[in-house]
Design a protein around this ligand. Structure first.
Ligand code: PLP
Length: 391
């Protein structure tokens, strides 16, 4: 059968993830040190795993409310109130989703009509542009620059706003650059959103993982912004719970209600076992989060120092767990560089163009891996760069 005519044209247009393609090459090679996939090397803290196991032992294996367990939504409301400084009503302003991934999809599908434009800053998480396309929107990237620490500047943003712009997507700290957003930048961005009546999808999945003096500020906490924001957060990164697939969206009730319509028919609810684990994470997980954050902080400092010393220039990322060195001076594309690095040193890092055109000329190195592995990867990369320089 010719499946080309059977597959939806919209889906056929969507490219495969550049990260997955690259990592298929690495599969089955146990000599490879991976600075690739963006997930914590830590197993989920034991007390959280134990809560999930106990929930299974008790036979808690049913569906939950579509929005998620009320106890969990109450705890999320408290956590978001304390941490992000925005109050959401657990009854109708919070939806528990299958990871932030599902929440991104729900929010876009709930907000967009065909042809609506969605602006996002690039380089960015690989799912943004495909998710916008699959929601029949038009993806409008705004390139950010290394010289600005990959921050999104209001001036650049305003140039991309048209009468068709409906949504702005933000992600601070940013995957893949580790950029954070100073409050002043967010205030200027918020002003533009109000002026142009934009909705904002703010993916704050890395917000606990900020290492410097600056505190995380959510754009939803700024005056006049809660009503136009969908705040997305989850348990994958800070709590090391990627496999539990648990996230949440906080937004005004009519937006949550629209997202709920899609969620109830497509997903029904997030897994109960994971929701019970998330309750434990919010009640007793702070210490483990702080310990993992301390480890990431040390690894970030070490990796940035070593990369700069070997001539792979990188800015100091303020958050998340990625370093984004500039490889333009080596005269190769990101893909060529990453492939050569893999072939010659068995170190895997993601070519920057996987995160959009403006990521070309960069490499994403994830430091959510052990210090021992990072040390060895840096030694191999140093030799690799020395060889390149002597050619
Ligand atoms: N948003 C960003 C910026 C990410 O980097 C990721 C995962 O890497 C996700 C969302 C997906 O998170 P989840 O595991 O909650 O679906």
């Amino acid at each position: 059968m010719n499946y080309l005519s059977k597959i939806s044209e919209q889906v056929a247009k969507v490219p495969r993830s550049g990260i997955r393609d690259f990592f298929e090459l690495v599969q089955g090679r146990d000599d490879v040190i991976s600075l690739g996939v963006g997930e914590p090397d830590f197993a989920t803290p034991w007390h959280i795993r134990e809560a999930a196991i106990y929930s299974l032992e008790k036979g808690q294996t049913s569906y939950t409310s579509n929005l998620g367990l009320l106890k969990l939504r109450k705890l999320i409301s408290e956590y978001v109130g304390d941490f992000f400084n925005v109050d959401y009503n657990p009854a109708d302003e919070i939806l528990v989703s299958v990871g932030v991934s599902e929440a991104i999809d729900l929010a876009l599908r709930a907000l967009l009509n065909p042809g609506d434009e969605v602006i996002y800053h690039e380089p960015c998480y690989v799912s943004y542009s495909p998710s916008i396309m699959m929601a029949h929107g038009v993806a409008v990237p705004v390139a950010t620059k290394k010289s600005d620490g990959f921050a999104l500047k209001a001036e650049a943003l305003e140039k991309s706003i048209t009468p068709k712009t409906k949504v702005l997507m933000l992600n601070f700290p940013t995957n893949p650059t580790g950029a954070i957003a100073p409050k002043k930048d967010l205030e200027e961005i918020a002003e533009l959103c109000i002026k142009h009546d934009l909705m904002v999808l703010t993916d704050e999945i890395y917000s606990e993982l900020i290492y410097g003096e600056e505190e995380h500020v959510s754009i939803a906490s700024l005056p006049g912004m809660k009503e136009r924001c969908v705040l997305l957060h989850g348990f994958s990164k800070a709590f090391a719970m990627t496999g539990f697939r648990l996230g949440y969206a906080c937004a005004p009730a009519p937006v949550i209600d629209a997202m709920m319509k899609i969620h109830q028919y497509s997903m029904l609810c997030a897994p109960m076992m994971s929701q019970v684990a998330a309750i434990e994470a919010l009640q007793n997980g702070a210490k483990a989060v702080a310990e993992m954050k301390k480890a990431y902080h040390q690894r970030r400092n070490f990796m940035v120092k070593r990369l700069n010393a070997m001539g792979m220039e990188c800015h100091m990322p303020g958050g998340a767990f990625y370093v984004f060195p500039d490889i333009r001076k080596f005269g190769m594309s990101s893909k060529e560089f990453a492939m050569k690095l893999l072939e010659e040193t068995s170190v895997a890092a993601v070519p920057g163009d996987a995160f959009g055109e403006s990521g070309e000329g960069f490499l994403r190195c994830c430091y959510a891996t052990s210090m021992e592995q990072i040390r060895e990867a840096m030694t191999r990369m140093e030799q690799f760069v020395r060889n390149l320089n002597s050619q």
